[in-house]
Design a protein around this ligand. Sequence first.
Ligand code: GDP
Ligand code: ZN
Length: 313
Amino acid sequence: MNREGIVIRNTGSSFLVRLDDGSETNCRVKGNFRIKGIRTTNPVAVGDRVSVTKAADDADYITAIAPRRNYIIRRASNLSKESHILAANIDCTLLVVSIRDPFTPTTFIDRFLATAEAYAVPAALVLNKEDIWDDDDHELAEGLRILYTSIGYPVFKVSAVSGEGIGELREFLHDKTTLLAGNSGVGKSSLINALVPGAELKTGRVSDIHHTGTHTTTFSEMVPLPDGGQLIDVPGVKGFGTIGFKASEVSHYFPEIFRYGRECRYGDCKHTGEPGCAVRQALEEHLISESRFASYLSILEEIADKDKYRKPF
Ligand code: GDP
Ligand code: ZN
C-alpha cells in the first residue's frame, strides 16, 4: 500500500519522510529520479512530495516523486560537475543579513536576489541584530528597507535576541515553505530558535557545528513552524553560489534594471553605462541605485572573466 508524504530531512544515505498521517519514517530510494541533463548527488530533496512503499523486507522506500513546482540546486563543490538539490517546492526564500557583526555586503545580497529571480522563487530580506544598531546602522537599515521594498522584496528588521520584529516576520512566513539562507554569524540559527521555540531540542542540532568551519555537508532539514508552514535550513550554506548566468540574461534578474532596460533604444545593449542607454539615464535620475548597478556590473565582469579563461590559447 502506498502512503504519501513530504521529505523533511536528507541524511545522505536515507531520507526522513513526514507522512500525511503525521508519522515519520526513514526511507531509501527505489527507482531513477534523475533530472534530465543535470547530474545530482541526491535524487530526492527536502520539500519533495513522495510516495512511500513498504518492501518485502519491511523497509520503506520512496517509489515516486510528484512533479516539482521549483527547486534550488548548487554545485556539490567547486570542482564538481555534480549538483546538489538543496530544496524543492518552496514558496519563498529568506536571506538573513546583518549590518554589523558581521557586515553583509550589498553585492552578496544582490547576487542572492538575482539567483532567486533566476529560479523564479520569491525572495525577502531579514535585517537581523536590530538590538545592537547605533544611529548610523538604523539609517543604513532604513535605506536598505526603502531600496529593496521599492524593487519588490519585502524587508523585515528584527532582533532574534530581543524578539523585536519577530511577530511581523512570523505572520509573513505563515503557511509558507521558506528556505533560509545567510552568511555564517548573521544569526540564522538564532532566528530559527526565535521563530520555533524548542527547535534546537527537537531537531537535535549541534550548534557547535556552525562555528567550527569544517562542516561542509549540504544536508537540508525542514522545521515546522508552530502556526503552520515550515522553514528549510541548510546548515553550512551561505547563499546559492552563482549559477551559470549568461551575460545577456543578467539584466532579467535585476527587476528594476530589466524594467528600464526595456526602454533602451539599443536592442543588444548590455546596459553597462553606454551613452544613450536607458539604464544609464535611470541611474542618473536615481531611479536605479548605484549599489544595485555595481552588483549587476560585478556579475557581468565575472562572466566576462570566466569566458576569457575558457578561450583556447
Ligand atoms: P548563524 O551562524 O547565522 O547560525 O548565527 P548564530 O545564530 O549562531 O549567531 C551568531 C552570533 O550572533 C551568536 O553569538 C548570536 O548570539 C548572535 N546573534 C544572533 N542574533 C542576534 C541578534 O538579534 N542580536 C544580537 N545582539 N546578537 C545576535
Ligand atoms: Zn542600455
